[in-house]
Every structure is written in structure tokens, then in C-alpha cells.
Design a protein around this ligand. Structure first.
Ligand SMILES: Nc1ncnc2c1ncn2[C@@H]1O[C@H](COP(=O)(O)OP(=O)(O)OP(=O)(O)O)[C@@H](O)[C@H]1O
Ligand SMILES: [Mg+2]
Length: 145
């Protein structure tokens, strides 16, 4: 696991961009952390690195968005999902496709299902006072994250 410090949204975007440089189609990245820690900001930086040009904002009326970059990119936000109980088991299928790199904010509710898919990186953001953030990146396969 590596932990980096950020003191601005731009720095958090840069961390996301560096992380994305190592990703391949089919990779799944979980992005956890409290409200306003910069999950969407980090994913925006990752999306830019992957060639996404338009706005990168959290999905509001759906659980996810798909962007067109050099590869397809999925951006899910499971904030409103308490658990997968009672949900369609195929809920995430449109987003977690083998051709796409996928980022998931608020992954907790879906962790069992996401775990089955194989997780490429696990990112955790923490408030560290003012505009400062701590960003930990783990590669569950054991490689350098
Ligand atoms: N170092 C920093 N890194 C990221 N965002 C920062 C930083 N400092 C200040 N900010 C601000 O914090 C906010 C983070 O918003 P963002 O939507 O990225 O967080 P989030 O974790 O996705 O929030 P939510 O929990 O609502 O999904 C933005 O307004 C951003 O400008
Ligand atoms: Mg967000």
C-alpha cells in the first residue's frame, strides 16, 4: 500500500491520473472515503488520463455513467445503495464490462459482489485538515500499488 498526501483538488486529480496509467480494460477500482474527501475529484483525474474529455461528475439519477475515452470508462456511485438485498443481481453488469475500466465510489454496499469481480486497486481518501487529504492506494493482488 502507498499513502500520498494531497493539498489541493489538482493534486488529487494528479494522483488519480498516475493510478490510471497502470490500469487495463476490465480493471475495477474501488474508491472509498467520507463525504467530500475527493473521490469524484480523483476519478476525474483518472478519467482525463484515460482520454475522457467531457464533464466527470457523480451520477445522480442512476448508479453509474459510462464515458468514452481511449477505453470505455464506467463511474459508479453506490451512495444510495444500502445493500444489494432486493436489488437486481445484474445491477452492475452494464458497467462492469470486460472492455471498460471501472471506478466505484461508496463501494461498501456492493463489496461482496465487487469482490467476486476481482479488484485491481482499492483507494481510500481521508480528510487531513482543510484542503489536505490522505490518499491510500492498495493493489489487492499484492503488487506495488
Ligand atoms: N486536496 C483535495 N482533494 C480533493 N478535493 C479537494 C481537496 N481540497 C479541497 N477539495 C474540495 O473538496 C471537494 C471534494 O469533492 P468531491 O466531489 O471530489 O468529493 P467526493 O468524495 O466525491 O464527495 P461525495 O462524498 O459527495 O461523493 C471539492 O469541492 C474539492 O474542490
Ligand atoms: Mg463523489
Amino acid at each position: 500500500m502507498t499513502t500520498e498526501r494531497s493539498s489541493s483538488p489538482a493534486e488529487t486529480e494528479a494522483i488519480g491520473a498516475r493510478l490510471a496509467a497502470d490500469l487495463r480494460p476490465g480493471d475495477l477500482v474501488l474508491v472509498g472515503g467520507e463525504l467530500g474527501t475527493g473521490k469524484t475529484t480523483l476519478i476525474r483525474g483518472a478519467c482525463r488520463q484515460l482520454g475522457v474529455i467531457g464533464p466527470v461528475v457523480s451520477p445522480t439519477f442512476t448508479i453509474g455513467r459510462r464515458y468514452r475515452g481511449r477505453v470505455p470508462v464506467s463511474h459508479l456511485d453506490l451512495y444510495r445503495l444500502d445493500s444489494l438485498a432486493g436489488e437486481d443481481p445484474g445491477l452492475l453488469d452494464d458497467y462492469l464490462t470486460p472492455d471498460a475500466v471501472a471506478f466505484v465510489e461508496w463501494p461498501a454496499a456492493a463489496e461482496p459482489l465487487l469482490g467476486e469481480r476481482g479488484i485491481a486497486r482499492w483507494v481510500e481518501l481521508r480528510h487531513a485538515g482543510g484542503d489536505r487529504r490522505e490518499v491510500s492506494v492498495r493493489d489487492p493482488s499484492g503488487g506495488e500499488g
